[in-house]
Write a protein that binds this ligand. Sequence first.
Ligand SMILES: [Zn+2]
Length: 252
Amino acid sequence: MDQRLIDALQRAERMLVITGAGLSADSGLPTYRGLGGLYNGVTAEGIPIEQALSGSTLRDNPSLCWKYLAELGKACLAAKPNAGHYAIAELQRRKPECWVLTQNIDGYHRLAGSDPARLIEIHGELAPLYCQSCGAVSEELAGHLDKPLPPRCEQCAGILRPPVVLFDEMLPEKAIETLYHELSKGFDLVIAVGTTASFPYIAEPVLRTRQAGGFTVEINPQDGALSPFVDVHLRDRALDVLPILLSHTLAN
Ligand SMILES: [Zn+2]
């Protein structure tokens, strides 16, 4: 382990852990493109998966969009958080100013015990469902997946949806606000885990922290957009290396 990284881990107070699909993949979760029944990113209906999982498809052809939302939902319910998620949650307990920014919609950070007050789910999450017509919040996801799709509201028969950001939809305003508010305060250490950082709001915290003199780390077996710009790139799987990083911080 790089000594500069160990020093940074021990010294850091303001920390940000950014997580992407690679962390969920370590739980056995498929990424969008790897979903069962999909081939080369094209659905059985012959449209790109990005189009099937879009806000406009949810509006115009809700049962098609829901076919793939349900696949995602079943995959998430069938897997569970891994050692990487638990190490991050413990890191947050040890470092009261450690934040998590995730692209993942599986809810595993919450399940692993991450503090929801320091968790920014920038692409939303798959549960609980709510009614697009009357706003009523429905029961948990699992109860709906084996019934006819799309799931309907018990009160008004409107179509339910998860609070997830579909492919052509805006990011949740509160999440963006929180991210940029915390970013303006600065971070001593940013660790990007399993993300290709193809979104500007994922890359920016790393680049800004580096520029301001903070320490930046990438955990990713592959090279991504961030790799040339981080202080340390660990080419390991998140679930192996995060518990090791945790062991270099002090327990209370
Ligand atoms: Zn309703």
